[in-house]
Design a protein. Structure first.
Lengths: 252, 275
């Protein structure tokens, strides 16, 4: 008798059951133009991003620290992890498995892109997403392709970057400040220009790239191929690891 | 072989009852010895075969300012409340004992500790110099208000590069995983383990970074055989194939190394914190 009463009390004290959405579609948001620090007006025509997995998180202190504190002027840092470990908070949602996000400009005919992935999410408030770079199916050595043109002084500089990220390399703390309580689609944005102000400016992924001198086009095996110095490619690769250039939201 | 007679069982039951009921005002206590160690990489060297570009790295001083060491649970007993500076490179080799504290007996799963800039009243233990007085490394620590000071040199064939670095990060290592049962009247230990090879890792996020020194050596702009903080600040790493930083706003080699100074703390060897 006492055992039954205790069991009832324990049952009453349990938190309400968590609701899960099993198949929340994730699509890409349209690309937008931006101007770099060197004065190039960049029009992205196509961006492909290979993902190995996406983890939706709450209470990501690490990403808060990285976003809100000045460079190494930390009054107090917390050692959350050994190098290489995730720092993204409590994971309460996941889009497992490889996928490829294809971003196109808003002017494209394909105004309602099909979802590139589906996530299983617990209902509730979210802070951030961590994703893991993968490799493109149509270009297995690469994780991203960025195609577009850069305009300056009446000169047009087409570009086609193939970017390789290490297997397992993650982007931690991508902003996703939303409440999820239905299977309304989510959108992943790739913004070549950061939404976060640094020193009075909004950085872009191409800020240190001089399109006129840092890239060249050559004909190789009958095809036009863009080449660039390793340092140029490494700088771009590094920029594309920053969560400043991505964000998720709910497609209303 | 033990033979349990009725009388011995009764005696045991009485003892158990006494233990359970007779000591409710006085918790059972055991002793925990707090130690700090830099392992062989500090005691001996980081050998060339462990460094991807073949340098051998030896430390003369490895000063760490430790405080706020607290076991989590059973009233959160403190193993060290005030700040102490320990030179992990001081002879003899091996873990440095900081002190022994009586704590409530029980199982402890985590401990936390802090590495922070030196303040007034901080004492220095276990200096690496035989001569009495304050070493140059200690002077650097207090003049820089540092939390960590590393001095030493790297050698490769005929080349030798010295370093005297002071880092001032204030780092709290939380939820450091231990599995320590403190027995009543027993003796246990907790070791704060410092992995200073992290400062020479070539990636901030990879689970398998390399230990490397070539880029650091190349920073010796005045070629005086010493790589300084200012020289490292002048090295932009954004174009490097390695030395990736993720989302962190780190663009130069000093900030890269200084960030790594906040990751050196572990527990009981390879135990991790913050997981």
């Amino acid at each position: 008798m006492l055992g039954a009463v205790l069991l009832t009390l324990v049952g009453c004290a349990e938190t309400k059951e968590t609701r899960y959405m099993d198949a929340v579609p994730i699509a890409t948001a349209p690309l937008a133009s931006f101007t770099t620090a060197l004065g190039y007006e960049v029009e992205l025509k196509r961006v492909e991003l290979a993902l190995e997995a996406q983890y939706f998180t709450r209470f990501g202190e690490a990403h808060q620290a990285q976003r809100t504190l000045p460079v190494l002027d930390w009054a107090f840092s917390t050692a959350w992890a050994h190098p290489g470990h995730s720092q993204g908070g409590e994971v309460t949602g996941e889009a497992a498995g490889p996928s490829t996000a294809v971003f196109l400009p808003a002017s494209s005919d394909d105004t309602s892109p099909a979802p590139f992935s589906h996530a299983q999410l617990a209902a509730g408030d979210y802070d951030a997403v961590d994703f893991v770079f993968g490799r493109l199916e149509n270009s297995p050595e690469h994780s991203m392709i960025l195609e577009g043109v850069a305009l300056k002084d009446d000169d047009t500089h087409p570009f086609l970057f193939h970017v390789t990220q290490d297997v397992g390399r993650q982007v931690i703390g991508i902003p996703f400040d939303a409440t999820v309580n239905s299977e309304r689609p989510l959108r992943l944005h790739f913004d070549g220009q950061s939404r976060f102000e640094v020193g009075g400016a909004y950085p872009t992924v191409f800020d240190t790239l001089d399109f006129a001198t840092d890239i060249q086009w050559k004909t190789q095996d009958g095809a036009d191929v863009m080449v660039a110095e390793p340092g140029t490619l490494n700088r771009l690769r590094g920029q594309l690891q920053k969560h400043d250039y991505y964000y998720y939201d709910v497609d209303n | 072989m033990h033979i349990f007679t009725q009388s011995s069982l009764a005696l045991a039951a009485s003892a158990l009852l006494f233990t359970a009921c007779g000591s409710s005002d006085t918790p059972a206590m055991g002793n925990v010895t707090l130690q700090a160690w830099g392992e062989d990489y500090i005691d001996v060297e980081i050998p060339a075969e462990d460094v991807i570009d073949g340098w051998t790295i030896r430390f003369e001083h490895a000063l760490v300012a430790i405080s706020d060491v607290t076991l989590n649970g059973h009233g959160d007993p403190s193993l060290l409340s005030h700040q102490r500076v320990v030179d992990l490179a001081a002879p003899p080799a091996g873990a440095k004992t900081i002190g022994t504290t009586a704590v409530p007996a029980g199982l402890y799963n985590t401990v936390q500790y802090r590495v922070s800039p030196v303040g007034t009243g901080t004492t220095v233990e276990d200096t690496a110099d035989d001569a009495p007085g304050v070493s140059s490394a200690e002077e650097l620590m207090f003049n820089s208000q540092a939390s960590i000071v590393l001095t030493g040199k790297a050698t490769k064939e005929e080349a030798e590069i010295r370093f005297n670095w002071a880092f001032d990060a204030d780092t709290l290592y939380e939820r450091c995983q231990i599995d320590t049962t403190v027995e009543k009247d027993g003796e246990s230990s907790v070791e704060l383990t410092f992995h200073f090879d992290h400062l020479f890792n070539d990636d901030l996020d990879s689970p398998t970074p390399n230990i490397a020194f070539d880029l650091i050596a190349s920073a010796d702009a005045d070629q005086d055989g010493e790589v300084t903080k200012d020289e490292l600040l002048a090295v932009n790493i954004e174009g490097e194939e390695r030395y990736q930083v993720g989302s962190r706003p780190i663009t130069n080699l000093w900030d890269f190394i200084a960030h790594q100074s906040t990751t050196v703390g572990h527990i009981n060897g390879e135990g991790h914190c913050g997981e």
